[in-house]
Structure formats: C-alpha cells, structure tokens
Design a protein around this ligand. Structure first.
Ligand code: CU
Length: 444
C-alpha cells in the first residue's frame, strides 16, 4: 500500500478509534479485577447506612414533625461512586503498546499537517515553504541539552548511591581506578557529544553554502587513533596490576587468613567456618546427600571442627580467605560495600581474600544510617529466586567473633556420627556376605 494512502485522514481516524477502544477494554478489565471487592463494599455500606437511617428515624427525629430535613435524611441513600483502582491497567503491556501507537499516529498527523502546509505554500508560489534543515539543526541542539541534563541528573541522583567509602582495605585501590576511569570517560563523553551535536547544528544546510569536500587527513587520523589507544592501554594495564595485587596472595598470607567456605545454590548461600584448625575438611560432590548438602568427607578429621554459619560474621582488621563454590549453576559472590566479587562456579573452587576495616557499627556511624548492613548478594542471574539470594554479613570485633563462633553448630554432629556408624556396620555386613558367597563358590 502507498504510504500516503495509509496516512489518509480516514485511516488515521480509524486507528485512533481502535486505540481508544483497546485502551477502554484494558481499563474495563482492570475494573473487573476490582469489581468483587467494590460490590461487596457497596453492599456492606448500604446495609449499614439503611440501619443507621432507621435508627435515626426512631431515635433522633420527632414522631410528628412538619420540618423534616429530607436532604439530610436521605443523604446516605445517595450511592457514592466507588473509586476505581486503575493500577492493573497501568501494569498491562497492551496499554503501553497502544499508548506508543497513539504517539506514533500523533507524530504522523503532525507530519501530514506540515506536508499539507508545504503543498499549500507551494501552490501559492512560495518555493521555500518550510525550512526543514533549520528545524533539524534546532532538534540537534535540543537533543544535546536534554542529553547533557540527563548526564547531570544521573551523576547527582545515582552518583551518591554508588560512590561511598569502601569497607575493605583493597577497596581503596578499586575505588581509585574506578574514579580515574569515570573521570576520563566522562570528559571524553561530554566533549565528543558537544562536538557531535554542535557541528550538526553549525553546519546544517544553507542554500548559499556548499560543503567542502575533505576526505582524508593523516595527522588527524593518527591523533584519534593513537591517543585513545594509549589512554585505554594505560587504564587496562593499571587495572590488571590492581586486580593482580588483590587476587595474587602469597601462600604465607593465605595460611594466616581466616578460612571460610561459601557455597551458592538456588537460591541461598551455605556457609562453613573452618573451626579451630583453620582448615576446611575435604569434600566431594559424590558424597552429597539430603543430610550432607555440601558433600563433606567426614572421614577427613579436618572436617570435624567445621562449623555451620547462619550468617557471615567476620572479625574486623583480619584477613579473610573465602573459598567460593556452587552446587548447581553459576552464581557470583558479591559484597558491594567491601568491593568483593568473584564467580561461584560448579566444580571449580574460586577464592577471594580481603580485610574488612570497619565494623558494621562503625560503618553505620560513618554513613549516619542505623539500618546499614553489609550484604552478600548473588551477582549472576541464576534463576527465578536470584533477587532474593542474599545473606547478611556482620563485621564485628575479634572478641565478638570468637563468642559468636563458639555458639555455631558443628557440621559433624551426633546425627552424622550415627549415620557414619550405621554405614560402617552396613559395609562390614556386606563384606561378610560377600566372603560367605565367595566361600560357597570355592566349596561347590
Ligand atoms: Cu545466584
């Protein structure tokens, strides 16, 4: 179909009518959702009103009276229009689709009107009916101003949400490189956009001007290739050494650190403290059972003092080494305030070592927020409950930590011991039966 025919007055009217109809249907369906509640309320209200009117009649009004205020008497009979809850309508996709469609149609109408205006001017002998080039130039300036305001708004509103003091020692270095990158990219972003939109306005089409053909300039190309390459290389190398400095910990420091294991699963974190020996017991996925969710090998004596933590509690100013794992899909161990993040990969342990420098109480004071808590989140979209895969992290003093740890239950508890004993007995029995079977075979 020809586009002009498509945007004829008749077809546009039909389209608008159709959109309004669909939006009304959406509104009606939103009302229906609420109708049961509303009708019940009306019924209850009118029953109560009737009753009160009857009571008023018998008690307050005189038996015989010539001056009866009928308006007041029947005021309660006036059916109040129920307030319609339109929230369901605003949540529906059809509503927004139709709204978008209406906006498109509206733009098309303006285009059509301008076209008609142009044609009529042409018919009157005015060749230069409408200066589209000037309009486009002005639009470019508008887009630049709106965009720059958006950048300013985002920095002032979102900035304070993300830029806050790190709770860990290494976090300082991450923040430093992050800020350097942000400053450089912001300057480049703003300058290039001013140039881009500004040039589009300055060099918009003029009838008396001709564009200068300027296809190539080696010096310019060298500058805009070499300068970004140097800046990016410096940033990447700087970032690489920062990351390496944080994650490459000497073996000696690894041993000194407090050892904790955190294993992700859909949708929670399992926490294991290494106990008195500061060594986590071995584990194998083959040993995973309903009673041994982490697959801990209880034959390994290192696991006997491992403790189960309901939350993560860490002593302040002490290096902590977290062994991160996953039981099912990819998760990501992420404590934003401590600038800690590492993927939790099934079948492959990953590690992150860090030193918290402020306790939760100190951080609450610093931020002037009594509700503040360090939170461990999952930073990989791992399924429907991903949003809620979080655990509180409490950073406390050394003595508070020791006190808390002593109260945490052991993984190697009485039930596990009993289960182990039963398994040993079963194994012995099976062994004896096998021996008897072998003997029978021999003596056949
Ligand atoms: Cu997850």
């Amino acid at each position: 179909m020809d586009l002009r025919n498509f945007f004829s007055v008749r077809s546009i009217t039909i389209l608008i009518g159709f959109c309004i109809l669909i939006m009304n249907v959406t509104l009606l369906s939103a009302q229906t959702v609420d109708s049961t509640m509303v009708s019940t309320t009306i019924a209850t209200d009118s029953a109560a009103n009737n009753e009160s009117i009857l009571l008023n009649k018998s008690s307050a009004s005189p038996l015989i009276s010539t001056a009866v205020d009928t308006t007041a008497l029947f005021a309660d009979y006036i059916i109040k229009k129920p307030e319609v809850d339109k929230s369901a309508m605003y949540k529906s996709a059809t509503y927004y689709f139709m709204l978008f469609f209406l906006v498109c149609v509206f733009v098309a109408i303006i285009g059509k009107v301008l076209h008609v205006y142009e044609l009529s001017r042409e018919m009157q002998g005015n060749k230069d009916a409408f200066n589209w080039r000037r309009l486009q130039g002005v639009f470019f300036v508008f887009a630049l101003l709106i965009g720059l305001y958006g950048v300013y708004w985002s920095y002032t509103v979102h900035g304070p949400m993300s830029i806050n003091e790190s709770g860990s020692v290494h976090g300082e270095r991450i923040d430093f490189i992050f800020n350097i990158t942000l400053i450089i990219t912001s300057i480049v972003f703003i300058l290039t956009h001013i140039l881009l939109f500004g040039f589009a306005y300055k060099y918009r089409g003029f009838d008396n001007k001709k564009a200068h053909f300027y296809p190539h300039n080696n010096a310019l190309e060298r500058i805009w290739t070499v300068v970004p390459a140097i800046v990016l290389t410096v940033l990447v190398i700087f970032g690489f050494f920062t990351w390496r400095g944080i994650t490459n910990v000497s073996e000696e420091d690894q041993k000194k650190a407090l050892s904790i294991e955190v294993v992700g699963e859909q949708f929670k974190w399992n926490i294991r403290y290494a106990g008195g020996d500061n060594q986590l017991g071995n584990k194998s996925y083959k040993l995973t059972s309903p009673t041994n969710g982490l697959g801990i090998n209880y034959k390994d004596q290192k696991s006997w003092d491992d403790r189960l933590g309901g939350e993560i509690v860490i002593p302040v100013n002490r290096s902590v080494r977290v062994t991160v794992g996953s039981k099912d899909v990819l998760h990501s161990f992420y404590i934003p305030t401590l600038r800690v993040q590492i993927n939790a990969v099934p079948g492959m342990p990953t590690y992150f070592q860090f030193t918290p420098r402020y306790t939760t109480a100190e951080m609450r004071e610093k931020r002037n927020d009594p509700t503040f808590d360090y939170i461990l989140l999952c930073a990989k979209i791992c399924g429907s409950g991903h949003y809620n895969m979080q655990t509180k992290v409490r950073i406390v003093t050394e003595s508070e930590y020791q006190e808390w740890l002593a109260k945490q239950p052991l993984y190697y508890n009485d039930d596990v011991k009993k289960e182990m004993q039963q398994m040993t007995e079963r194994t012995i029995k099976v062994g004896e039966n096998n021996k008897m079977a072998i003997n029978k075979e021999v003596y056949k």
